[in-house]
Design a protein around this ligand. Structure first.
Ligand SMILES: [Ca+2]
Ligand SMILES: [Ca+2]
Ligand SMILES: [Zn+2]
Length: 319
């Protein structure tokens, strides 16, 4: 078993605009890195409702001179299959994306760091932040404990009393346009974010993961380790507070968190969806954590999930 430690580094886009709450004693602001400092408040104003959420996000990021662009969002359906949406303004190439080991732009460490937004961690269904934080942590530990990826250390900042979330920030729904780390569980958000993702999205999207790539000065995704995969800057995850979240029963937080964390660790959707039975219930073959929709409590990694994870991480940090 790998131990969780508390790393000391958070990356930041713009130090002077970062709102670090005084109570966030784990964070030493002097360790924050600054990648861009211009026009931090401009992000929200530049958003126009083009109907293409990824294009809107990227226009806002570019207007701030930020060296990241969103390349993909993957959402998880409650009772209909979710979807993977690519940002495609540079041709139809849908390159896969992955973290670069010891990427200097992420601080140069070989581990993968995550945090949990503790300001949006309680749910309208009545779960406390302590309950959802525990479920999310448990899901991260499940991925961390897979034996094939012994070179991968997944470390945590733990739950932090800061409203993280770049996408929500851009859409004027709180969040933080400056602070980030590799993987962010950015909170349980109300309907508007999910309705921006897809028409009436709040009624069927349980969770979503956004993948951000590093881009060069011309706005093109980079591949500094020449592995044919665009280099991931960070991934952020949101949970839809519209649903009736539970611990151990539908909709089980750990089940959904385990799925979204799978995306955060570079896995895509897997399995064929079909409906059967008197109630026409959604099923998958094979059933797996990485199926595109929820089909009951599932906190164990399936064989296909394990294979997908190992193909991404078994040689880390040497790939
Ligand atoms: Ca948040
Ligand atoms: Ca690469
Ligand atoms: Zn998904």
């Amino acid at each position: 078993m790998k131990k969780l430690i508390i790393p000391l580094l958070l990356l930041a886009f713009s130090c002077e605009n970062v709102e670090v709450e005084k109570s966030a004693s784990k964070l030493d602001p002097s360790l924050l890195m600054s990648l861009a400092s211009k026009n931090a408040d401009g992000a929200r104003k530049t958003v126009t409702s083009s109907g293409d959420i990824l294009a809107d996000i990227n226009a806002a990021l570019a207007s701030r001179g930020m060296q990241i662009q969103v390349s993909m969002m993957e959402y998880y359906g409650a009772d209909e299959t979710g979807n993977t949406v690519f940002f495609n303004n540079r041709g139809n190439k849908q390159l896969s994306a992955d973290f670069v080991p010891a990427d200097p732009r992420r601080g140069g460490d070989a581990d993968i760091k995550y945090l949990i937004d503790d300001t949006e961690s309680s749910t309208s269904s009545g779960l406390t932040g302590a309950q959802t934080n525990s479920a999310i942590t448990s899901s991260m530990n499940t991925w961390n404990n897979i034996s094939c990826s012994s070179g991968l250390a997944i470390n945590t900042f733990g739950p932090l009393p800061i409203d993280f979330g770049i996408v929500q920030f851009i859409f004027g729904l709180g969040g933080n346009g400056g602070l980030f780390t590799d993987v962010m569980h950015a909170g349980f958000l109300p309907a508007p974010l999910f309705d921006a993702i897809a028409p009436n999205g709040s009624s069927f999207i349980l969770g979503v993961t956004f993948t951000f790539n590093w881009v060069d000065g011309d706005g093109n995704p980079t591949d500094i380790d020449n592995n044919g995969k665009t280099d991931v800057a960070l991934r952020e995850i949101y949970y839809n507070d519209t649903f009736g979240w539970n611990i151990g029963s539908t909709y089980d937080v750990e089940t959904v968190s385990l799925h979204e964390a799978g995306h955060a660790l570079s896995q895509g959707h897997f399995g064929k969806a079909f409906r059967s039975g008197g109630n026409n219930k959604l099923h998958f073959s094979p059933r797996a954590v990485m199926n595109a929709a929820y089909s009951g409590v599932q906190r164990e990694i399936a064989e296909t999930d394990n294979a997908g994870h190992c193909s991404n991480w078994a040689s880390w940090p040497n790939n």
